[in-house]
Design a protein around this ligand. Structure first.
Ligand SMILES: [Zn+2]
Length: 255
């Protein structure tokens, strides 16, 4: 929750803003403090410079396991019934996934052995459908410039809702889904429901399109989605912890 609050203190974080730049720098610094090797990849998209932040740890010779999320927030709250021109604060839609990955960055270094893990923080996911932007603009450029073929890509997005429900997103790789949802069942992580959910365009799609096993973990059933009310009080520490523990156990199960 502290990591969510730190992001909220930057204000809304759309691509190309000072708040976005500050968030990217904070993510990079936090990763480095936990012992990760960090690169920031700038790429121009529709006149804006996007910055994907990548933390790397370990080597395996088998290709990395990638955990990813987006850190940008939606520039307009187009589902807000009162103020659709407001900026989305992005406590759940943005900050929740970053918080889970940064907490994993802190605890993983002493637990991984013989594994290569990349933590990837995408810019430019959440301007989709606004001003001609596509979804996953940052992830698309990252996927197109991959320097190694990942064994798996697991994307988390909107994982902070108190009433967390994580059905299986329909474009996700079935074998990888089974691995992760089975780990969740073993841990008693009840938010992971082994039932079909929606088909969703998110940062996993460029990898799916390349034939790389990829999964999206998301709870899109969130009343404050793309509204000005996506604020810190809507985020649950228990939900963040549940997702983080499942991802940690899944990574260790891949040793
Ligand atoms: Zn969104």
């Amino acid at each position: 929750m502290g990591l969510v609050a730190e992001q909220m203190a930057f204000g809304p974080r759309p691509p190309g803003t000072n708040a976005s730049q500050a968030t990217a720098t904070w993510i990079a610094t936090t990763l480095e403090e936990s012992g990760w090797t960090v690169e920031v990849h700038p790429v121009e998209y529709r006149g804006v410079v996007l910055h994907n932040v990548v933390g790397r740890l370990g080597s395996s010779g088998k290709g990395p396991l990638i955990l990813a999320t987006h850190y940008d927030t939606r520039p307009r709250a187009d589902r807000d019934p009162v103020d659709p021109d407001a900026q989305v604060p992005g406590a759940n839609d943005g900050a929740s996934g970053v918080a889970v990955l940064l907490e994993l960055a802190r605890v993983l270094p002493e637990r991984l052995a013989g594994q290569e893990v990349w933590l990837v923080f995408f810019d430019g996911e959440d301007s989709g459908g606004l001003d001609g932007w596509e979804w996953h603009a940052g992830a698309s450029t990252f996927a197109a410039q991959l320097t190694a073929i990942p064994q798996a890509v697991v994307v988390v997005d909107m994982v902070g809702d108190a009433d967390l429900q994580l059905p299986v997103e329909r474009n996700s790789d079935p074998a990888l889904v089974k691995e992760i949802w089975d780990v969740a069942e073993r841990l008693g992580a009840g938010a992971f429901v082994q039932e079909p959910g929606a088909s969703i365009i998110d940062d996993h799609r460029p990898f799916v399109d390349m034939g790389i096993p990829a999964v999206l973990i998301i709870d899109l059933d969130y009343a404050y989605w793309h509204t000005a009310a996506d604020t810190l009080d809507k985020v649950s520490a228990e939900s963040l912890a549940q997702v983080g523990r499942v991802l940690e156990a899944w990574l260790l199960s891949r040793r």
